[in-house]
Every structure is written in structure tokens, then in C-alpha cells.
Write a protein that binds this ligand. Structure first.
Ligand SMILES: NC(=O)c1ccc[n+]([C@@H]2O[C@H](COP(=O)([O-])OP(=O)(O)OC[C@H]3O[C@@H](n4cnc5c(N)ncnc54)[C@H](O)[C@@H]3O)[C@@H](O)[C@H]2O)c1
Length: 273
């Protein structure tokens, strides 16, 4: 069966888990050869195994996206193993308890936590673009999709480093789209709301989850696959006239009046009485 990514080569950072893993699997299933670039070597190898067992093409490259030598090597590996580069998805982010879990307030946050968050979530995205763009241009064009977050679009009471990094990703996305559009490189961002990835499931308190769910317009939280489909759309030729955009994939979390959850609660109370 022909896939719309046949003959294309993609690098997916953070491809060992969550939305990155789902993106790598969907693209591979549609014909792309995929480089899974992640610090989690064992999990990345497991994703490669699943893809190749299903007849797809993939390799894993142990990559810390915040390390310039690693970021250069992940791109070189794509070109060395598969001959070209067409797509870069920057999905890796430091979401563990050691970084996001300690990203408290601007007054209290440990400065090392701030630096690590910015290093992985923003500098890492810049490095990916830096090393990928020359190959995308050499191949006649390509697509970059950077994963931001609704945390860049709305204030939250925690996570200042994460919010700043993800807002930076949006600025960088528009800059790259502007600079390289004439050379047929498209660059877009996806801003997910709450993705029920292993990381988010482990990090989110029950109370926080309930609050977030009460503000969703759609009845359920998103799966990694639902966000990945949005990423893959932007990377695909179906989005060939789309560049410099931020596609919010959040189940309506940020698109309504702030009083929506109160209204829903009132309706539920009225119905129950
Ligand atoms: N989970 C959510 O609720 C949520 C919400 C909004 C945005 N996002 C964004 O979506 C993306 C995917 O989120 P997820 O929850 O699916 O993630 P996840 O934690 O399941 O996967 C992230 C992957 O990035 C890898 N990674 C971490 N640091 C790295 C580094 N320095 N170099 C290379 N790889 C590294 C991890 O090993 C992991 O495999 C992230 O960019 C995240 O910020 C997530």
C-alpha cells in the first residue's frame, strides 16, 4: 500500500514516549523512514522494534537535544542511513519531576531547573532547526513541526520556565518560517492542551486534572495519538500551504469564556436538583 510519506525521511525528537512516539509510529506507518532521537535509549529501541516488526523503517539515536554535538549527529544519522531529510519534529521536552516538577515560581525556582528547562525545551528546538534546515533546503524543501503548549498562550500558577520556553518555541517557529519560506521550508507549531502521556499521567495531581477537565469543550482528554495526528498533518503535503502557524490541539481548553466551567457546574447542579 502506498503511503503519503513514502520516500520521506523524518527525525522525531522525544520519539520514545507520548506524542513523539505516536508521531513516529504514524509517520512510519504512512511510509516515512524515521530517526527516533531521544535520551531514553531503551524505550527508543523498543519503538524502533515495533515499527520494524510492522514492516516500517526506523532507527534510534541516543540524543540529548540540548547538546549541539548530539543534535548534529541525529540529523547526520538520518542522511547517512536514509539518504535525505524531509521532516523534523521537535517534540522532546524535560517533563519529569526533576525539571517540570520543580518549575515552581519565578521567585523560588532553582536556577539550574530554569536553565535545564530552557536548554531542552527551547535551545534544543533551535539546535534541531539549525542542523536540519541545510538538509531540508538541499533536498528542495521540507517541514518542521515544533511542539509548544497552551502553557505558552495562557497564564498558569506554576511552570514559569516551561511557559517561557514554549512561548519561545512559537517565536522561533515564526522566525524560521519567515527566514526559510522562500527555500520551501515550512515551519509550524502545535500547542497541545493536556495529553494523557505517561509523563503527564505521572505528574498531574488528581485535583489539577479535574480542574483542567472541567474546562474542556470536548468530553475527554487527548491521547498522544490525537496530538500526533495534528503534528503529522502539519508535516504532510496536505499542509503544503500552511506555514508560520500555531495549531492549538487542546479540546477547546483555551477557546471559551473563563466562566465556562462555572456555567457547566450550575447546569449540572440544576439538573441534579
Ligand atoms: N503531556 C502534556 O499534557 C502536554 C501538554 C502540552 C504540551 N506538551 C508537549 O508535548 C510534547 C510531548 O509531550 P508528552 O507528554 O507526550 O511527552 P513524554 O514525556 O511522554 O515524552 C517526552 C520525550 O522526550 C524525551 N526527552 C526528554 N528530555 C530529552 C532530551 N534532553 N533530549 C532528547 N529527548 C528528551 C523523553 O525521554 C521522552 O521520551 C512535549 O514537547 C510537551 O512539552 C505536553
Amino acid at each position: 500500500m502506498m503511503g503519503d510519506f513514502d520516500g520521506k525521511v523524518a527525525v522525531v525528537t522525544g520519539g520514545a514516549s507520548g506524542a513523539g512516539e505516536a508521531t513516529a509510529k504514524i509517520m512510519a506507518g504512512r511510509g516515512a523512514a524515521v530517526v527516533i532521537a531521544d535520551v531514553a535509549q531503551d524505550r527508543a529501541a523498543g519503538v524502533v522494534k515495533e515499527i520494524t516488526a510492522g514492516g516500517g523503517r526506523a532507527v534510534a539515536v541516543r540524543t540529548d537535544v540540548s547538546d549541539p554535538a548530539d543534535a548534529a549527529a541525529m540529523v547526520e544519522r538520518a542522511v547517512a542511513d536514509f539518504g535525505r531529510l524531509d521532516v523534523l519534529v521537535n517534540c522532546a521536552a524535560a517533563l519529569g519531576p526533576d525539571v517540570l516538577g520543580r518549575d515552581t515560581t519565578v521567585v523560588d525556582v532553582d536556577l539550574g531547573v530554569w536553565e535545564r528547562s530552557l536548554a531542552v525545551d527551547l535551545f534544543g528546538v533551535m539546535l534541531g532547526c539549525r542542523f536540519a534546515i541545510p538538509h531540508l533546503v538541499a533536498g528542495g524543501g521540507g517541514a518542521i513541526v515544533n511542539v509548544s503548549s497552551v502553557a505558552a498562550l495562557r497564564g498558569r500558577w506554576v511552570g514559569p520556565a516551561y511557559a517561557a520556553a514554549k512561548a519561545g518555541v512559537i517565536g522561533l517557529t515564526r522566525n524560521v518560517a519567515t527566514t526559510y519560506g522562500q527555500r520551501r521550508v515550512r515551519c509550524n507549531a502545535v500547542a497541545p492542551g493536556l495529553i494523557m502521556s505517561p509523563a503527564a499521567t505521572a505528574m498531574l495531581s488528581e485535583a489539577d486534572r479535574r480542574i483542567q477537565e472541567s474546562h474542556l469543550l470536548l468530553p475527554s482528554r487527548s491521547t498522544p495519538e490525537e496530538v500526533a495526528e495534528t503534528v503529522v498533518f502539519l508535516a504532510s503535503d496536505a499542509a503544503r500551504y500552511v506555514t508560520g502557524q500555531v495549531l492549538v490541539a487542546d479540546g477547546g481548553l483555551t477557546s471559551h469564556s473563563p466562566s465556562y466551567a462555572d456555567w457547566r457546574r450550575q447546569v449540572a447542579e440544576a439538573e441534579a436538583s
